[in-house]
Design a protein around this ligand. Sequence first.
Ligand code: MD6
Ligand code: FE
Length: 216
Amino acid sequence: MNARRHPDLLDDGTAAPVVAIAPEVALLQGFVATAPLLAEIEAIAAAAPFRRLETPGGGRMSVAMTNAGRYGWHSDRHGYRYLECDPESGRPWPAMPEMFAALARRAATRAGFPGFAPDCCLVNRYAVGAQMGTHRDFDELDLRHPIVSVSIGLPATFLWYGATRKGPPRRVPVADGDVLVWGGDARAGYHGVRRLAGRGEAQEALRYNLTLRRAR
Ligand code: MD6
Ligand code: FE
């Protein structure tokens, strides 16, 4: 049976293959059925629409973002930070769907990080041509908590650089339903996402990524 083509048969993820990308970086292939996650993303975006944020340097990100949970990640000319309210509306971010929190806990446990309780879900939306430059996730209070990252929709290539941004990265294909987990000494590793390939004629030619963190 091809797990990748039948993620619904693996909905508890127990049969999903675990691929070691680097020490304390695990790829859980076909770990989750994504249709219910997409429905939750639509509800989040109805309350807090996707937007392309400004960077401190004055540019604009190609990836569109929104958030759910107690904290939301934000960027503008003043820098990167977590906010309790959506600056577009002044209202709190939409609540973290229970399904997201449960998925994050289950994936983190599978990867060797039990007890993970995220308080932020950053939702990234990539149209064809969008990319995520090399960075590390460093704005959280306690880097002992892992990060759980869920890929939905179009496949992409995740780039893992590790402790320094020098040298060629490890290229990691990530497909719909794959979950990447990292923590421990890898938590501050450099990474990015290659420019999304594809022919962007259809509205569904998108990749979403849920990045579940503990911000505070
Ligand atoms: C993405 N992900 O996959 C972007 N960061 O669209 C990230 O930047 C990321 O996947 C920290 C941990 C996991 C991630
Ligand atoms: Fe990141």
